[in-house]
Design a protein around this ligand. Structure first.
Ligand code: CUA
Length: 258
């Protein structure tokens, strides 16, 4: 091999190694992660926040002309957030300032990023892909605040239909539970309850889902939430009433998390 050829060969390999070292450094020292496109999550058109563990939250973020939903996500410091992003209309961008999150929101697909919020503060969310007349005003934010909980995070009004409201009344749910996230002295509020991690008197815990709610309504003595008295037996409740109430609490949970 000619000497010059050899030099170029060595230089090329060295350069590749330098690039590779740069990648490794970005990953290890700066926490840079390549955002992923997930294929096993169906694109969604409603934004919500779900608690998956004590510090684990899942945010399903929808971008559309010209806002993000949820517009404001309030979480406690130390929150580990798995962010799913989709778009309801055109291509948008999404960057959370002060973090490594920088994604594209593409209709029909879901993109994924994870981020941990270690400190208190406000982290603005901006759209960085031109998406129409009000692109520049498309924004949201993450607010990280000590003591924040999902229910108090968003002051969403309770939209319980008249029919379900009558059921809640009939079974005396509202003598102890509120629907607006207020007054949790006697019993947990139904707003924002769904998706929450609940700890029980025996020290075990579970995330509130359909099956849990059904059980809690039909067999209230089975799992008693820590810090509360057992819920009084309500007696026989027709299956369709149970289903209607579970549906309503699920919706209240999603509203509470918005
Ligand atoms: Cu959305 Cu620009």
């Amino acid at each position: 091999m000619e000497t010059n050829e050899k030099r170029i060969f060595i230089a090329a390999i060295t350069l590749l190694l330098v690039f590779f070292a740069g990648l490794a450094l970005a990953y290890r020292a700066y926490g840079v992660r390549i955002p992923g496109c997930v294929t096993d999550v169906r694109p969604f058109d409603e934004g919500k926040v779900v608690q998956r563990g004590e510090h684990q939250f899942e945010v399903q973020m929808v971008s559309r002309m010209w806002n993000f939903e949820p517009q404001e996500v309030v979480l406690p410091p130390g929150s580990e957030v798995t962010l799913y992003l989709s778009s309801a209309d055109v291509v948008h961008g999404m960057q959370i300032l002060g973090t490594n999150v920088n994604l594209m929101a593409i209709p029909g697909t879901v993109n994924l990023a994870t981020v941990t919020f270690d400190r208190e503060g406000e982290f603005p969310v901006v759209c960085h892909e031109y998406c129409g007349a009000k692109h520049q005003s498309m924004a949201g934010k993450f607010v990280i605040r000590e003591g924040a909980t999902l229910a108090q995070a968003q002051p969403a009004p309770a939209a319980v239909t008249e029919k379900v409201g009558a059921l809640f009344d009939e079974y005396l749910c509202l003598s102890c539970h509120t629907l607006d996230g207020s007054d949790e002295e006697v019993a947990p509020s139904l707003l924002g309850l769904y998706g929450k991690l609940q700890t029980f008197a025996d020290g075990s815990s579970a995330v509130v889902d359909d099956a849990y709610l059904r059980d809690a309504i039909v067999h209230p003595e089975k799992q008693v939430v820590a810090g509360y008295d057992p819920m009084p037996e309500v007696g026989e409740i027709p299956e369709e009433d149970v289903r209607a109430m579970v549906d309503a609490i699920r919706q209240l949970g999603q509203q509470g998390a918005r």
